[in-house]
Design a protein around this ligand. Structure first.
Ligand code: SDX
Length: 421
């Protein structure tokens, strides 16, 4: 292993350099403070690796995204979301018996405890579905006390329970807040069909999910399934590092995802597009506002901490949005405004110079709207997709040979010692 030399106050130390399978290099500073008394400082962690991971690879400059080595372009629209979840969680696609067992377990555990349904009565009807989701996921730990166990089999079962139950909680939120009866999961349906069934079935009639919507949702869930050390996944790893139970760790990820700078951006994009539409579709005005340092306005769905090129997911979602709206014979003016915004921004020096391109959130809401999913549930859909990624990282973190509780340092810059008068 190579190393770099560092000279601090006349003392020279050697720091090992770690090289990943895709030639990323990192300076291992685990001995820095012990050897020199110095720490590093990196607000927002833009230059700091928190771990070594085998799950997802991103090259932000080239716009590359791979799950366990498979390019996202080869997965999206070609495999199922549940097979992708299995791949992220276990490192390989399932064989036939693994696939059947995984699907059977996901169906078997799709119900939530009947007493949990009463929780929905306690929420105000205007509660944000992310508030409901994070509270109900934490509450799952009360109904599954074995979640504290470190037994391998129980950990695997808890992972399946979360994957199976969170979509039921999401659908129940929608039903409750729209005054509709809860629709129970149907053991005959696969993961995506079951979610659409629980969301949109009319309890009086046989429900057949539109294959266009099933394919579109399968695609969106795969595209959101993982993204290495993003804000919410890092939150799950940090919360899980105290060995809090998996339901609590996932619930913290849901709360981190909720923010408009992260997963909440898909809701913010549609709200922004509606605002532009109601302002004579004057998108040029909003592009100027996004560039104006005096304005707090940002082009939601644009820019990314890692991608300084087109987010490969945005490319796929943009083309899927065209296809889905065409097949459903929907003409959504917001899609036209989104495309005009993108066109103007990508010809503008401000955006090009800063590497600001559409990200995963820019077009996804157009498809969710076409599905009839309300805007305030868009981030819940992001969470449904990201679940397998969160769970895969939680599992990888706990099984890591470097496992330890995450506890960053700081540089103190407050009062020096002073005494009470
Ligand atoms: C997700 O990390 C992940 O992987 C996240 C994610 C995942 O799958 O988990 O990909 C999902 O969260 C996608 C991002 C969704 N958020 C948004 O769309 C919100 C809008 N975007 C921005 O707020 C911003 O681009 C971030 C938060 C996404 C990234 O912010 P950074 O990396 O901290 O960049 P920055 O704020 O330092 O901006 C650098 C420059 C600044 O200008 P200068 O100070 O250099 O003059 O770019 C400007 C910013 O003002 N800028 C924007 C902008 N984003 C950055 N200007 C206008 N509009 C924007 N959207």
């Amino acid at each position: 292993m190579s190393s770099i030399k560092l000279n601090i106050n006349g003392k020279e130390i050697k720091l090992p350099v770690i090289k990943g399978t895709e030639n990323e290099h990192g300076i291992n500073i685990t001995q820095l403070r012990k050897e020199t008394g110095y720490i590093t400082l990196d607000p927002g962690y833009a230059n700091t690796g928190a771990c070594v991971s085998n799950i997802t690879f991103i090259d932000g400059e080239k716009g590359i995204l791979r799950y366990r080595g498979y390019p996202i372009e080869q997965l999206a629209g070609k495999v199922s979301f549940t097979d992708t979840a299995f791949l992220l969680l276990n490192g390989e696609f399932p064989n036939i018996s693994e696939k059947n067992y995984f699907s059977k377990k996901l169906r078997q555990h799709a119900n939530i405890h009947e007493d949990m349904k009463r929780f929905f009565d306690g929420f105000p009807l205007n509660a944000h579905p992310m508030a409901t989701l994070s509270s109900m996921v934490t509450a799952l730990s009360a109904f599954h006390p074995e979640s504290e166990s470190e037994d391998e089999e129980i950990i695997e079962l808890n992972i399946i329970k979360i994957l199976a139950k969170v979509k039921t909680i999401a659908a129940y939120s929608y039903r409750k807040f729209n005054g509709l009866p809860f629709i129970y999961p149907d053991q005959e349906l696969n993961y995506v069909e079951n979610f659409l069934h629980m969301m949109f079935s009319d309890s009086q009639e046989e429900f057949h999910a539109d294959p266009v919507l099933v394919d579109a949702l399968n695609l969106l869930l795969i595209l959101h399934a993982d993204h290495e050390q993003n804000c919410s996944t890092s939150t799950v790893r940090l919360a899980g590092s105290s060995k809090s139970n998996v339901f609590g760790a996932i619930s913290s990820g849901i709360s981190a995802l909720w923010g408009p700078l992260h997963g909440g951006a898909n809701q913010a994009v549609i709200e922004m597009l509606k605002k532009i539409r109601n302002d004579n579709s004057d998108y040029k005005k909003y592009v100027q506002m996004a560039k104006d340092k005096k304005s707090s306005f940002r082009l939601m769905g644009f820019g990314h901490r890692v991608y300084k090129n087109y987010d490969p997911r945005a490319k796929i979602i943009k083309s899927a949005a065209d296809k889905v709206l065409q097949k459903l014979k929907i003409n959504d003016p917001l899609l036209d405004i989104a495309k005009e915004l993108e066109q103007i921004a990508l010809e503008d020096e401000y955006f090009v110079q800063r590497g600001l391109y559409p990200n995963v959130d820019f077009y996804s809401g157009i498809i969710y709207r076409a599905m009839g999913i309300p805007t305030n549930m868009f981030t819940v859909m992001f969470a449904l997709g990201r679940l397998p990624g969160w769970l895969a990282h939680w599992k990888e973190m706990l099984n890591s040979p470097d496992f330890k509780i995450n506890r960053p340092r700081q540089i103190y810059n407050g009062h020096k010692k002073r005494n009470l008068k």
